[in-house]
Write a protein that binds this ligand. Structure first.
Ligand code: CA
Length: 237
């Protein structure tokens, strides 16, 4: 069965163009140009993927995203305006899997859709196939912090910490490379992919979120800044 996509975009010409391209690729497409209507559609139907514009009548795309992901898990790619860095960061933090900046080449959008669908399929398969509770595989530790990659879980001294996908990935990357200083570029490539080259301020934003959720709460200094170079988690205090 072909993947189904909900396309949420109020610019009619762009929406029609993308719809035709998606249909040409064999996807089943539904369209909406209104945030509130899109949210209702997305809650009622199970789409394989959602393309979501941010500036929308009815309800802002970020708000649609937040409300939707509270109810169900579905990969969302945001369509954002150029230079809207805060929108991108808020969107990724709210759980979008990716974003693409308008105007975009249709080939790039199609490539990102394929990646998002593939990653999501893998995620679902992994979630269903592992149940071993006591295996150390996929477990990373720092002091009292335990990251369980298979369960996508982080705990500090037994307290569960809720992280977004990108925060989780960033923490995992730092934990896997303890005592190695990782540059912002390296972290960006690891966490967001090469398409985000140059937008290293995104890394600083995620580090800030991680510190506010872990360091500040548990009174530790886990992630250290190495001025002019990047970030590191040191195995010894
Ligand atoms: Ca719009």
């Amino acid at each position: 069965m072909n993947a189904s996509i909900l396309l949420v975009e109020d610019e009619e010409k762009l929406a029609r163009f993308v719809e035709l391209e998606l249909m040409h690729e064999g996807y089943r497409v539904e369209k909406s140009g209104n945030g509130r209507e899109a949210l209702e559609l997305a809650l009622r139907n199970d789409y394989d993927l959602i393309l979501l514009d941010i500036m929308l009548p009815g309800l802002n795309g970020l708000e649609v995203l937040r409300r939707l992901l509270k109810e169900k898990e579905v990969p969302v790619i945001l369509l954002t305006a150029r230079d809207a860095v805060m929108d991108k960061v808020s969107g990724l933090d709210a759980g979008a899997v990716d974003y693409i900046t308008k105007p975009f080449a249709i080939e790039e959008l199609l490539a990102r859709i394929r990646v998002a669908l593939k990653l999501h399929a893998g995620h679902v398969a992994r979630g269903n196939s592992f149940s071993s509770a006591d295996s150390e595989e996929g477990i990373l530790r720092w002091q009292e912090l335990v990251l369980d990659d298979r369960r996508h879980q982080v705990r500090y001294a037994g307290h569960e910490i809720t992280l977004t996908n990108r925060e989780f990935l960033m923490l995992k990357t730092l934990l896997e490379n303890q005592d190695i200083v990782l540059s912002r570029d390296t972290l960006l490539n690891k966490v967001c992919g090469y398409d985000y080259a140059g937008e290293t301020n995104v890394v600083d934003v995620y580090i800030r979120y991680l510190r506010s959720k872990i360091d500040d709460i548990f009174g530790v200094r886990m992630i250290q800044t190495v001025r002019g170079v990047g970030y590191v988690i040191k195995s010894e205090k």
